[in-house]
Design a binder for this molecule. Sequence first.
Ligand SMILES: [Zn+2]
Ligand SMILES: [Zn+2]
Length: 196
Amino acid sequence: MAPGWAVALVSEVCADAGVAEPSLRWRRAARVASSGVTRWGVGSVAVTSGSDPVDERLTLLHELAHWVAPQARRRRGRIAHHDAAFYAVAFRLYERHGIPAPEALAREGGRYPSSLRHARTLGVPGADTAWHERRVALRERARLRRPVRVLVPEHTVRLVRDGRWTRCGVCGVRIVGPVLVRLRKRSGRHLLLGTG
Ligand SMILES: [Zn+2]
Ligand SMILES: [Zn+2]
């Protein structure tokens, strides 16, 4: 059974948009976050609500944005994704129906990072900062994840003296300890890896 505020919100949003109301299905789950799904085919919006009231409200508004947004980009009977037209509707609903911009950006951006780009285009307050912060975080993550690559391909080690050290004359790597002992006895091959 949907709570009264949710039923009222569905009516208000659909009246504003001039569209028929979906049937609202509501169930509770023992978790913090909410989730939802909109099915045009059967004319329903279903929400599984968690304990966070802002998330619950935002989730219903997100589904209502699917319900009232232009439906041209439907694919294979399912809702086409979260594009510019969708977010123009969604962020307007969040603003009009009591989701503060920072909350909308944090929650929507957490689920659908591409929403930040649309929010920025739409001029949602704080979206520009959130979008830049995400770009910095992505760049940093890419840097940390950069794969190891071969700096010098596999070659036969050629031992050369360099002061008190021994190096490979091909790649320049210093060779010490048991590896050096082994290579002195018997020639070997290696390659030089790096993240450069
Ligand atoms: Zn969605
Ligand atoms: Zn080498």
